[in-house]
Design a protein around this ligand. Structure first.
Ligand code: ATP
Ligand code: MG
Ligand code: MG
Length: 577
């Protein structure tokens, strides 16, 4: 486990529990409800929830909702759902906005301690005071040394709507001599609401015209919740100083902020703005389009949550930012599915094979195991005069290097006792495509032997009385981009979108075992989808391995008479299908 050694073990040992009246680990996962979570967030989720669980502690899900402009109810719901999908249960769901009153009081307190002042400088003036981004001497703002009482009056005026956005900002009075820009009088509160541009917070409505910044809010909310380890990504490394400064200044309990490296993935884009642009340009259908790497998209595609946890766990935790090729992620998913889902026969692009030496009413029931693991059980499928096989498993001309079906050569049908040999075929005169293959069932005379075929292919009988085949539309997802670095491609990411990122097979067929796996879902081995707290299995996701084809999952577009399947991943890396 990623908590046993290394970075997280070091972080744990820095604050031995038992000191300072702290009897257990308390962490938080603090997303801003302004977008959907993506694969990168799963690292922060696993670190925060996993670290607490590993040490017998608690983890909060805290919505860091101090920027009303981009925040929406739908994100809030989706985030909560994704945390639970990954198998974690917050001890409590909280909101930074729960603390708006308390934060406001602490802001007045900070002013009274000579730790903040109201500033009326323009943005450009503040940039110039800070040395224009260069490490030049910094100038104090002219309002920095105004009397406390004046700042207090002005701060209340900000609260009461006297100022428009940008006209007044509460700034912390930190240390301009410090080399760390996080100490150069950061903003603590700003006006966001005005008559021209009213702002409504999705929870506090129009109660507030001023909102606290991340730098003011985060450490104090951590403190209120008794967070012991505030674990965040390394872009907040410099913020550790301002975090501690503020807790000390207002004399509240000071949690320990420590930073880990972000998880970036190459070959895709994760930024909200870019995903919106992909949707607007019709490159993907929506936020949960299975070609994306948002968590809702991965869920819809059929990626098991346990495989995401395994992936993050295998990467381990360090301070370094890791950029991972999405192929590596797919490898973990593939490995995870191999032993956790049942197997069925699915034909993507079927052609009928008529076995001429079988009678019209011939029916033999063939036993198929659901997995190499006997715990999955077995089922039976009918074998009849007409079976469907994959178009790519037939060639019009036999050759030495082709071991599947061709005129004059034999192939095995998975689990059918004897091979078939093709005797002829028909094509469509306009398209030239094969429309039908004729074959012979090589059942030997009583007691005679037969030649075992080199290859066995998947197949599905035409047998309406047994509801075979089950028709389906299959969506195959390829890489969304033609390059590994769409984010930084000189022509822009839209220029390198793969035009065939999705291929549809409208005439696919699934064998009758599908009805049974649908009934039996979820399968017992999907431990990743068990609710950790209750031990109950929650997901009804229907996944299987289409033998010789790929891993599939039932898409939410499916209806009772129109089954839509998503390819989760191919069976082998770099396989076309
Ligand atoms: P994004 O800009 O990608 O939405 P963010 O930094 O705005 O990410 P939040 O929505 O505030 O992130 O995410 C909540 C938590 O998830 C934060 O603690 C953040 O550090 C962490 N997080 C976000 N992206 C990643 C990532 N790629 N890898 C690891 N942790 C991440
Ligand atoms: Mg975000
Ligand atoms: Mg953010």
């Amino acid at each position: 486990s990623m908590f046993k050694g290394g970075f997280l073990a070091d972080v744990y040992s820095e604050r031995p529990i038992g000191q300072n009246d702290i009897d257990k680990v308390v962490t938080r996962f603090p997303p801003e409800p302004n977008g959907f979570l993506h694969l990168g967030h799963s690292k922060a989720i696993l670190i925060n929830f996993g670290f607490a669980r590993f040490h017998g502690g608690d983890c909060y899900l805290r919505f860091d909702d101090t920027n009303p402009a981009g925040e929406e109810e739908k994100y809030f719901t989706a985030i909560e759902e994704m945390v639970s999908w990954l198998g974690f249960k917050p001890v409590k769901i909280t909101h930074s906005s729960d603390n708006f009153d308390r934060l406001y009081e602490l802001a007045e307190d900070l002013i009274n301690r000579d730790g903040a002042y109201v500033c009326h400088c323009t943005k450009a003036e503040v940039v110039a005071q800070r040395g224009g981004g260069k490490n030049r001497p910094r100038d104090a703002c002219p309002h920095r040394n105004r009397p406390l009482s004046e700042s207090l009056t002005e701060f209340r005026a900000m609260r009461d709507g006297k100022y428009k956005p940008q006209e007044a900002v509460l700034r912390m009075k930190q240390n301009l001599e410090d080399g760390n820009p996080q100490m150069w009088d950061l903003a603590a509160y700003r006006v966001l609401d005005s008559e021209e541009k009213p702002v409504r917070h999705y929870r506090t409505g129009d109660k507030w015209k001023i909102y606290p910044t991340y730098d003011f809010t985060h450490c104090l909310c951590d403190s209120f919740e008794g967070i012991t380890h505030s674990l965040c990504t390394t872009e907040f490394e410099l913020s550790r100083v301002s975090y501690e400064w503020l807790c000390d200044k207002v004399e509240v309990y000071k949690p320990m902020q420590r930073e880990f490296g972000r998880l970036n993935v190459s070959g895709t884009v994760l930024s909200k703005r870019k995903i919106i642009s992909l949707i607007e340009n019709g490159c993907v259908r929506d936020w949960d389009d299975p070609r994306l790497y948002t968590l809702i998209a991965l869920r819809r595609r059929g990626v098991p949550p346990g495989s995401i946890l395994r992936f993050v766990n295998e990467l381990g935790v360090t301070k370094a930012t890791t950029t991972i090729d999405i192929k590596r992620f797919e490898r973990v998913v593939r490995g995870y599915l191999e032993n956790t889902v049942p197997r069925l026969m699915l034909v993507l692009d079927p052609i009928p094979v008529v076995i001429e030496n079988l009678t019209e009413d011939y029916m033999e029931m063939v036993e198929l195991p659901f997995s190499k693991d006997p715990a999955f059980g077995i089922h039976t499928v009918p074998f009849t005069k007409t079976v469907y096989i994959e178009r790519s498993d037939f060639r019009e001309t036999a050759s030495k290097d082709f071991f599947r079906l061709a005129p004059g050569s034999s192939v095995g049908l998975l689990k059918v006792p004897f091979p078939i040999t093709a005797t002829g075929f028909e094509t469509d005169p306009t398209t030239g495509l094969v429309t039908l293959v004729r074959a012979h069932y090589e059942k030997p005379e009583e007691g005679a032997t037969f030649k075992k075929p080199k290859t066995y292919i998947h197949w599905i009988a035409d047998c309406p009385s047994k509801n075979s085949p089950i028709n389906a539309t299959v969506r195959i997802f390829n890489q969304l981009f033609n390059v590994d670095n769409p984010d930084s491609h000189p022509d822009g990411f839209l220029a390198v979108v793969n035009p065939v990122s999705e291929e549809t097979y409208p005439n696919a067929m699934i064998e009758t075992g599908f009805a049974e796996i649908k009934r039996r879902a979820p399968w017992p081995s999907l431990e990743g989808e068990r609710d950790i707290a209750s031990g109950e299995t929650r997901s009804e996701t229907v996944r299987f391995q289409g033998m010789r084809v790929a891993y599939f999952c039932l898409d939410r577009d499916s209806t009772d008479d129109n089954i839509v399947m998503n390819r989760i991943v191919s069976l082998k890396e770099d396989a076309k299908k």
